[in-house]
Write a protein of this length. Structure first.
Length: 140
């Protein structure tokens, strides 16, 4: 019901059967952040189980989205590895939102996090992907 121009209630703005007449429900986040961190922790554990020394000199962190950079002009990265220097350890950054947006459900999220981390560890350490993932958890 509506009161247009203060002349009293006139009628419904939209019938309840139409999409405009139905109430909107607030959407919850697709995947909680805690589950994403759990997936990262599982991936780290799987890599350390396969190659115990692979992550000893690597700092792994999670960021929501990558900073705007000329490096990302053609694509949005899922993860990024930086090399070590005399003052810092090598670093792998996993970007949460790009990975979440590319996965339809939790099992796919778990697998994509693992794939992204394995590829970046292989790139940073020179250890082959097959050595880091001997059980073929990547699904290839």
């Amino acid at each position: 019901m509506r009161d247009r121009h203060r002349r009293g209630m006139r009628g419904m703005l939209a019938p309840p059967s139409s999409p405009a007449g139905q109430k909107l429900r607030a959407q919850r986040p697709r995947l909680p952040t805690a589950f994403f961190f759990h997936c990262v922790t599982e991936a780290i554990d799987a890599i350390e189980e396969a190659v115990p020394d692979a992550l000893t000199h690597i700092d792994i962190c999670v960021e929501d989205v990558p900073e705007v950079s000329s490096l990302w002009s053609s694509h949005m990265p899922l993860a990024y590895a930086t090399e070590a220097d005399e003052t810092h350890l090598a670093q792998i950054i996993i970007y949460r939102r790009p990975i979440e947006l590319r996965t339809p459900d939790r099992p796919a999220l778990r697998q994509l996090v693992f794939v992204a981390l394995v590829e970046q560890v292989a790139r940073a350490t020179g250890v082959s992907v097959e050595t880091l993932d001997p059980h073929n958890l990547r699904g290839e």
